[in-house]
Design a protein around this ligand. Structure first.
Ligand code: CTP
Ligand code: MG
Length: 224
């Protein structure tokens, strides 16, 4: 079974608000991108990697991969306007004989072999996609524009999902086909679900926190 990873790192990082894309923010004393690249390179389940970089940052992204000795990185492509566009661009570089594709946010640097193993396993039981998640612990309320609570939402069965998300290559390609409208999707699994695919949730990892704002950089750096 050949497993390819698409590492999406093409976002602007607007909420972080730095002078560079989030993938090049400093995590400790190196660019954030180095951490997930190194981990995917070392992951025994991953055969090849496609890196998706922000427009104008392809060269620095390739340099990080080279510095980390990432021989599994077969291509670095330019991302698109939305995350789904970036996944589609990466998917175009995944070889036709790949059986499984993992899609991972570079913004979640602390990917582990254990979580990769957990998302891959159910694919052999017939699931089309598998995503890691954490059951929602807090009480959820729907809040109106004026700050008033409109509704308390029952949290039973609600999970916050993370990446890496694993799919059979065929499923992911169908979900990102040119005829499909990607604009509503916030993750790959959403596209697969909309196309009628069966997606399973497995246990995620709190350390897969997505770096969104300044404080998250320190938190994630401390967990390494
Ligand atoms: N991403 C991408 N291409 C885009 C948008 C996002 O490859 N057009 C990637 C990001 O690089 C990140 C992941 O998708 O690894 C999750 O996106 P998010 O955390 O929203 O990152 P940004 O879009 O960069 O941040 P912001 O929304 O604050 O601008
Ligand atoms: Mg974003």
């Amino acid at each position: 079974m050949s497993v390819w990873a698409i590492l999406v790192a093409a976002g602007r990082g607007e909420r972080l608000g730095l002078d560079r894309p989030k993938a090049f923010a400093k995590l400790g004393d190196e660019p954030l991108l180095a951490e997930p690249l190194r981990r995917l390179e070392a992951c025994p389940w991953v055969d090849g990697i496609v890196l998706v970089a922000p427009a104008g940052w392809e060269e620095p992204a390739i340099l990080v991969a080279e510095e980390e000795g990432c021989g599994k990185v077969h291509a670095c492509v330019t991302g698109g306007e939305t995350r789904s566009d970036s996944v589609r661009a990466g998917l175009a570089e995944v070889p036709a004989d790949a059986l499984v594709v993992l899609v991972h946010d570079a913004a979640r640097p602390l990917i582990s072999d254990e979580v990769v193993e957990r998302v891959l396993a159910p694919l052999s039981e017939g699931w089309d996609g598998v995503v890691p998640g954490l059951p929602v612990g807090d009480t959820l309320k729907r809040v109106g524009a004026d700050g008033g609570v409109e509704e308390t939402v029952a949290r039973d069965g609600l999970w916050a999902v993370q990446t890496p998300q694993a799919f059979t290559a065929e499923t992911l390609r169908r979900a990102h086909s040119p005829s499909n409208n990607l604009s509503q999707a916030t993750d790959c699994a959403g596209l697969v679900e909309a196309a009628g695919g069966r997606v399973k949730v497995v246990e995620g990892d709190p350390r897969l926190l997505k770096v969104t704002s300044e404080g998250d950089l320190g938190t994630v750096a401390g967990w390494r």
